[in-house]
Write a protein that binds this ligand. Structure first.
Ligand code: FAD
Length: 419
């Protein structure tokens, strides 16, 4: 058992969410421990992208390994002119993932946080808090346990409201016979599909996410925004090669292959449980874009401050968990999450031409509107207004697609109205 009185907080996990919230709780002066299956200093595999303005606002621009000002998307023929090229007029960045991890590890070390390398195996609650027992039989009691074990959390309960859509991608970092994107360029979405047969175009749409990493290295990733069940890696790999072949580009050297799969639109966790979540476990992935790191960085400090205040007020057990959930998922954010899930439900059912036309219209919205939509920084009334503006500016086939209920839209709408 850790300490006679136990810990204030015990965080489970070793990914970005666990490190972020542990660092913030430590900064509040709480007695906190991190329990991670593997060494939390082990290098992360994923690459994490973010819009430049998001890191600028957080004062964390020094954590970017790459930053591009030449940021574009392609939506193909019939959209915005011949090949549907659209400049985003905004910087995009890729975290230096070792620097991001070290940023949090340094804070954790500075605040003397206890790191326990162990597998959390079982959980029990009492009126003073919760106890985690590890696979080697050690018990650790804390006033609050935060499950940050990722998209398939070990303990956190989420209601099952149907099949969850997955964002899937297959990517290669390497050298190519010719540049797959212009020098110094970042491509958010290349939805051009002239390399696909008519029959392939009837299948689920995919796009290319690509960037120049400098020194002759590029990252190219074939991505399926969201599909239930998710598109297979085999199909994504085939499509990436087909796309490159069509442009006469061969892969000459592979440095790294990225396999990406995570749930886009899980339901919100059960907010009455005596256990908190943070990150993928707590459904913090943006259901319309798949991004999460910016949200961790923005929401971590507030959650930690709310927990510190509640702990200092003597709250414990279920009341403490309620204080945490109330801060992480207040009604305003629940409503926006509902709107984003509703929107994704529509997009998942668009065919390739509708999807290309939809995104061309989306990125033609005023710059601060589409950015706020993607960063989840627009208040609900502005978000709604933006969605209506998008509807008004879209082509007829897109409007028709937006109006046709083909999935769970009505039940999602019903849930939103309850909030
Ligand atoms: C390939 C890929 C690319 C992505 N790209 C981006 C991007 O560009 N930008 C962005 O914002 N988001 C991106 N995401 C989405 C999201 O940010 C990531 O999925 C992120 O890693 C989720 O963080 P997490 O800490 O919640 O979970 P994870 O990173 O999955 O971490 C979970 C941790 O819990 C630990 N754990 C599991 N079980 C136990 C246990 N029993 N006891 C203790 N510890 C345990 C695991 O070892 C792991 O360290 C991407 C996701 C993927 C998969």
């Amino acid at each position: 058992m850790s300490g006679p009185a136990g810990l204030d907080a015990l965080v489970l996990g070793g990914g970005p969410a666990a490190l972020c919230i542990t660092a913030e709780l430590g900064a509040q002066g709480l007695d906190v421990a991190l329990m991670s299956l593997r060494d939390p200093r082990a290098p992360w595999q994923n690459t994490f992208g973010i819009w430049g303005e998001e890191v600028d606002q957080l004062g964390l621009q020094h954590l970017l390994g790459h930053r591009w000002s030449n940021t574009v998307s392609w939506f193909g023929s019939g959209c915005l002119g011949d090949e549907g090229r659209l400049g985003h007029g905004r910087d995009y960045g890729l975290f230096d993932k070792a620097a991001l991890q070290q940023h949090w590890l340094d804070a954790i070390a500075r605040d003397g946080v206890l790191c326990i390398e162990s597998q959390a195996k079982s959980l029990s609650h009492d009126s003073n808090g919760s106890t985690i027992t590890t696979s080697d039989g050690a018990a650790h009691h804390a006033r609050i346990v935060i499950d940050a074990t990722g998209h398939e959390p070990v303990f956190l309960q989420r209601p099952n409201d149907g099949l969850v859509a997955g964002q899937a991608a297959y990517g290669v970092v390497g050298r190519f016979s010719q540049a797959p994107v212009e020098p110094g360029q970042f491509v958010l979405m290349d939805y051009r599909c002239d390399h696909l047969s008519e029959q392939q175009r009837q299948g689920p749409p995919t796009f290319l996410y690509a960037m120049d990493l400098g020194g002759g290295r590029f990252f190219v990733e074939e991505t399926s925004l969201a599909l239930a069940p998710a598109l297979s890696y085999g199909e994504l790999e085939r499509r990436l090669h087909q796309r490159l072949n069509h442009r006469g580009i061969a892969i000459e050297a592979v440095e790294h292959v990225e396999y990406c799969l995570f749930p886009m639109n899980p339901a919100l966790p059960d907010l009455s449980q005596q256990l908190l979540g943070f990150g993928g476990s707590a459904s913090m992935v943006h259901p319309a874009s798949g991004y999460m790191v910016g949200s961790l960085l923005r929401r971590g400090p507030g959650l930690a401050a709310a927990l510190a205040e509640a702990i200092n007020d003597g709250q414990r057990g279920r009341d403490l968990a309620q204080a945490g959930w109330g801060n992480l998922w207040p009604a305003e954010l629940r409503r926006r999450h509902g709107l984003y899930r509703f929107g994704l439900e529509k997009l998942m059912r668009f065919d390739e031409a509708q999807l290309r036309a939809f995104f061309a219209a989306f990125f033609s919205l005023p710059n601060e509107r589409w950015f706020g939509f993607l960063a989840n920084t627009l208040p609900t009334p502005t978000l709604l207004q933006t969605m209506l503006q998008l509807f008004g500016g879209a082509s007829n086939p897109v409007r028709w697609g937006l109006m046709q209920p083909k999935g769970r839209e009505l039940s999602l709408m019903g849930k939103m109205l309850q909030w």
